[in-house]
Design a binder for this molecule. Sequence first.
Ligand code: SAM
Ligand code: SF4
Length: 469
Amino acid sequence: MGKRETVCISNEEILEQKAFINLIKELNVGKTKKYVLNTFGCQMNENDSERLAGMLSEMSYIESKDNEEAELIIFNTCCVRENAELKVYGHLGSLKKLKEQKPNLIIAVCGCMMQQSEVVEHIKKKFRHVDLIFGTHNMYKFPELLYNSLNSDKNIIEIWEEEGSIAEGMPIERNNSLKSLVTVMYGCNNFCSYCIVPYVRGRERSRSTSEIVNEVKMLGQHNSKEVLLLGQNVNSYGKDLNNVSDFAKLLNEVDKIEGIERIRFMTSHPKDLSEDLIYAIRDCKKVCEHLHLPIQSGSTRILGEMNRKYTKEHYISLIDKVRLNVKGISLTTDIIVGFPGETDEDFEETIDILEKVRFDSAYTFLYSKRTGTPAAKREDQVSEEVKKKRFEKLIIVQNKISREINDELFGMEFEVLVEGLSKNSTSTYTGRTRTNKIVNFIGNEDLIGKLINIRIEKIQTWSLEGKII
Ligand code: SAM
Ligand code: SF4
């Protein structure tokens, strides 16, 4: 791929969308219009939904959780696994009656699923009550598309096949004012043979360092304490830009920003994990001691067929280097069980790497066939029964390791960023260590947003309990 300057949507185009925001705002004067926004998938989708919410807020829409009182229901979809797609179809089906009762209700579907033409055809045929469909590349045009939908009886469908430029300067309403999501790059060039993301999110496009730094500075000034820098493969940040930047340099820049206390990032691809990045995690004071480094499989043969471009041995050597340089770092990973052609021996290699590396935790997935990817065309698919058996074994092994690692934390002291009340409690508060462990403790409201020290007094597999010291 050739080098390019950061290409952003022009100011004129952004202003055009802001003009549509104002037109809808005028339509809404004196009315209380509510919307329900359903988000599926990863944090990048969540961040996109925060932008949709920002636009809606400027149009004077109010968020609601209740479909019955909404004038607008949006689904921001994910297509990484079949389950997420089926959930969206289920929701759309259940809205048919409501749309009959409320013909002015607008039902919109957007995001990754809409970049697949067969999905759009299916929705057009089976869910005729959907009013508005748009994709990932033209999300910034939501105000114009919504305005057109409000002023037309016809279904509005606009999908761009090719990724466009990056849209900067659109409004955003964040779900969490303490911990903020900041997308640093879009798309993916890796084409792992099981994965749909490069087809629906396009090629890698990095935001300029100055845009990212300005966004984080604003967050720091508005009491955000933690930023999570997002990209499908943050380690290749900057490769598509002309200016000399990479992810390690970006971390160093963000580390200097006042107000922000913690920096996290995801996801890192093992093939691009550089020494400079390891040193940046070690040396940048605010970068937390946690690395999410998806391995996907412990079998070098399967990794080759997945097009991951590293071996089991290389992955282990990376982990050794990371642990040598960043004391006490916690490690998490993603694993796919039942990739086509995975034998019992291959699966045992995955169990073996879990035992060798000893991850703090692992996100485990059953392989899901994604139309259009090379792995979906293979005839040696693993049966659902075998996949499930392997999956269950994997979870038992990983849970034991996670518990043993947590057991070692008993009596230790950690800095915790206090996030708020623990679910269903009036006195137990919750927060996270720099290593991303959940810690629950008895506290009070004044502590929210503060960094406090806690001694661990009780261990569970997925969380810790402690006392303020
Ligand atoms: N870009 C990140 C990476 O390479 O690690 C992750 C992106 S993907 C949205 C998150 C995880 O979903 C992947 O790490 C992989 O484990 C899982 N995944 C992707 N495609 C899948 C598929 N077809 N079936 C099951 N899991 C899948
Ligand atoms: Fe998918 Fe691989 Fe890209 Fe991650 S790196 S988004 S798994 S293609």
